[in-house]
Design a protein around this ligand. Sequence first.
Ligand SMILES: O=C(O)CCC(=O)C(=O)O
Ligand SMILES: [Fe+2]
Length: 338
Amino acid sequence: MAGGTNVSAVDRMEMLNAFDVTGAGVKGLTDSGVLKIPKIFVRPSEELAEELTHKNTQIQVPVIDLSGILDPDQRKQIVEKVRVASETWGFFQVVNHGIALSVLDGMIDGGRKFFDMDVEEKKKYYTRDVTKRVKYYSNFDLFTSGTANWRDSLSISFSDQVCSDELPLSCRESTVEYSKKVKMECSKGHRYSCHYYPACPEPELTLGTTKHSDPGFLTILLQNQINGLHVLYYDQWVNIEPTPRALVINIGDLLQLVTNGKFISNKHRVIANCCGPRISVACFFSGPISEHKIYGPIKELISDENPAKYREVILREYIAKFLNTGLDENLGLDYYKL
Ligand SMILES: O=C(O)CCC(=O)C(=O)O
Ligand SMILES: [Fe+2]
């Protein structure tokens, strides 16, 4: 669907390309002081109208305190809370997870420093090639098959270890530090993405990230103190309140698939904001792209009364399919339903 009113798909693609080759990203628009957002960012009118039917609510996703995790009794209770949250929300926040505040703040600052670099400097990392390990997207990325999103991103795929000399100097140290703490460095194929959502002059007309569910197993998300992330809960958008020192955990499609639907991979989005920048760092744990690994519902969870809801998927094909469909066109697990 073409973003904005009266923009044909071809025109839209041309506008998107023209915007994209500047390499300055959405941040470039904000920095230049635009008061109106370009048409490619404007959501279709029927989508904007639909907004009015979704109420915003004050309820909150569960916040789970991990401080007692080493004590066997407390551990049981914590695991129980994680189970309930995973079955109902597919989202929760964790506090007292043991990662030092300096590491969290350092990671957010590192992201900010990357996006604050000169356009020419940033462009060295700029690519549309999704197979590149370190890539900076302005907007022509996975997320722009519908309306372009008001965000820029830096994406890093990990191999056996963090290959630190490939990382941008501006955020090299903080990324290595943080990725060790969240165990990214031993996670071949896993991906990290630092999203940068600049302040937007017309936030009600666009989105920071379109509505979607995450394709992998699990996402660990660090956000700064600027609001924006919403999760869809019983048809209501629930704001995930930035909580100091917390990490947001969410279940991805693959985890819903292997748990045969017991854990839910919930839809979420990021709204644009008149103040900013909003900075977030998402670590996507999804496993090695190159492997022929097959995932299906765990056998112990299947019985005559509770038959498999999804067919098996070959990880490589699953990821390729996701990469070939834009985030907002991705059917998610519906495609694999039996
Ligand atoms: O930036 C955020 O808070 C969330 C982004 C997100 O949902 C994603 O990239 O999958
Ligand atoms: Fe997501």
